[in-house]
Design a protein around this ligand. Structure first.
Ligand code: ATP
Length: 459
């Protein structure tokens, strides 16, 4: 975001996302639903690509990390043990005049720049000392009170409430023993998981930055309790930052925020967020926390099971400590879109909007066009090329409108290459390949096209 004009940027991005099939308001035909969103065709591809990149970096290429996939509904004891049932609350306040509801700590920070998270009475006093509602300008506040972020439901055959998981970590800890017993993991090792999490946020806002149903990519990285953990912690921060850069974030738009000691949970030695400079300001993208042995000890206490690891080198049992790198997939998607978004003035005076995604992130890698849609010989050849290329790349066939318009459309969805079959192609068995970023065109033999694109797309 650094050099771009941030004015109206969110509006432009939200509008592009809808216009081009990345992200839509959900249930729109029913008037929408509580600021929830659906991913459209390109958003889904984008999401899958980012997931695949994360899995490759943190699971496939890591001999010390394994994956798992637990359910959304877990035994509710999981959340008693982790403290969520009792303590996963946000502070809420209402304006009595206009009825607008706010997350109190966010509002107080916005109005006073002071962080009063967790201090309900102080927030009430501060608001009631005359701070004005940003919506209606009156100062008529309720008390600040707690609201649970847990979504409750019921399950046949089970007495009592069941919860939609508020984070994916729960299943990692409760399946720790099964993984240690069935896979040859050796401390230090990690367990990774991607999946939906649900939080009854007081206010869902800033598009897909804060939503109530979102996707997390989390790792629990188990280390020896006595080990020197600082270098491992630092390496995790760097790996997370490196991942952000690989999806297109610029270095100057990333910053670290260390949680002050006084605000840390009693078990945490250190917590650092990596924030991204979104058009609405810096916001948490990744979190990294040293959680000690709190989670395994709690699950051990609540389940009555021993959750320990036998260290063959030290020849002893212990409860490993854990570092928790976590990130929200939806926030990464928003980062990739914000970082890639560019408005450009072309030499001929025209303007174009382009999503300059890194190639691995781009939802469509190659668009294939016949120059004209009413010439069967061009259409057939283009279809044949589409069929061949789509074996290996996500491609799109497009014969709508003139080629200039098709380029503009592909620029807006961030497609790195467009291939056009024209009349010359029928004689010289070559096509025109146009590059999204340079807009330069090259003539490539059809027989060499696949290798050419494979090479370009892996650069
Ligand atoms: P925040 O302070 O923004 O509410 P958090 O500190 O509660 O976030 P964590 O509990 O650390 O978040 O969750 C891990 C990750 O999940 C976050 O780093 C963020 O990327 C993502 N995340 C958390 N809440 C949401 C949400 N409501 N919508 C989308 N992503 C979220």
């Amino acid at each position: 975001m650094a050099e771009q004009n941030k004015e109206n940027m969110m509006e432009k991005i939200v509008s592009l996302c809808k216009r081009r099939g990345f992200v839509f308001p959900t249930s729109e035909i029913y008037g929408g639903f509580a600021n929830s969103y659906s991913y459209g065709p390109y958003g889904t591809e984008l999401k899958n690509n980012i997931k695949k990149m994360w899995w490759k970096k943190f699971v496939q290429k890591r001999p010390d990390i394994v994956g798992m996939d637990g359910p959304i509904l877990l035994n509710p004891k999981t959340w008693e043990a982790s403290g969520h049932t009792e303590g996963f609350n946000d502070a809420m306040v209402d304006c009595k005049n206009c009825k607008r509801r706010y997350r109190a700590d966010h509002l107080v920070k916005e109005l006073t720049e002071e962080d009063m998270e967790g201090e309900l009475e102080r927030m009430t006093k501060t608001l009631q000392s005359g701070l004005k509602c940003p919506e209606c300008g009156k100062s008529d506040w309720t008390e600040v009170r707690k609201m649970s972020q847990m979504f409750k439901t019921e399950m046949n055959g089970f007495d009592g409430s069941v919860y939609l998981r508020p984070e994916t970590a729960g299943a990692i800890f409760s399946d720790f023993k099964n993984i240690v017993d069935s896979v040859r993991v050796k401390v230090p090792f990690g367990i990774a998981q991607i999946g939906k999490a649900f939080r009854n946020e007081i206010v869902a806002r800033n598009f897909i930055f804060r939503i109530r149903e979102f996707e997390q990519m989390e790792i629990e990285y188990f280390i020896e309790p006595e080990t020197e953990w600082e270098p491992i912690f630092e390496k995790w921060l760097q790996d997370q930052e490196e991942f952000a850069l690989s999806i297109g974030a610029k270095e100057e738009d990333l910053r670290r925020y260390e949680h002050p000691k006084a605000k840390l949970s009693h078990y945490s030695k250190k917590t650092i967020d990596i924030e991204y400079n979104f058009p609405f300001g810096f916001g948490e993208l990744f979190g990294l926390a040293h959680r000690g042995d709190f989670d395994l000890m709690q699950h051990s206490k609540f389940s009555g099971q021993k959750l320990e690891y036998f260290d063959p080198v030290k020849n002893q049992w212990y409860v490993p400590h854990v570092l928790e790198p976590t990130v929200g997939l939806d926030r990464l998607i928003l980062t990739a879109i914000c970082a890639g978004y560019a408005e450009e003035k072309l030499e001929n005076g025209e303007e174009r909007i382009v999503l300059r995604f890194p190639k691995a992130v781009a939802p469509i890698k190659v668009a294939v066009f016949p120059l004209m849609k009413n010439k069967p010989e061009l259409v057939d050849k283009a279809k044949e090329i589409f069929e061949n290329l789509s074996e290996n790349f996500m491609c799109e066939f497009d014969d709508n409108g003139n080629v200039g318009k098709r380029y503009r459309r592909q620029d807006e969805i961030g497609t790195p290459y467009c291939v056009t079959v024209d009349f010359e192609s029928l004689d010289d068995d070559a096509v025109t390949v146009r590059d999204r970023d340079t807009m330069k065109q090259e003539r490539i033999k059809i027989a060499e096209l696949e290798n050419y694109l494979a090479k370009k797309l892996s650069e």
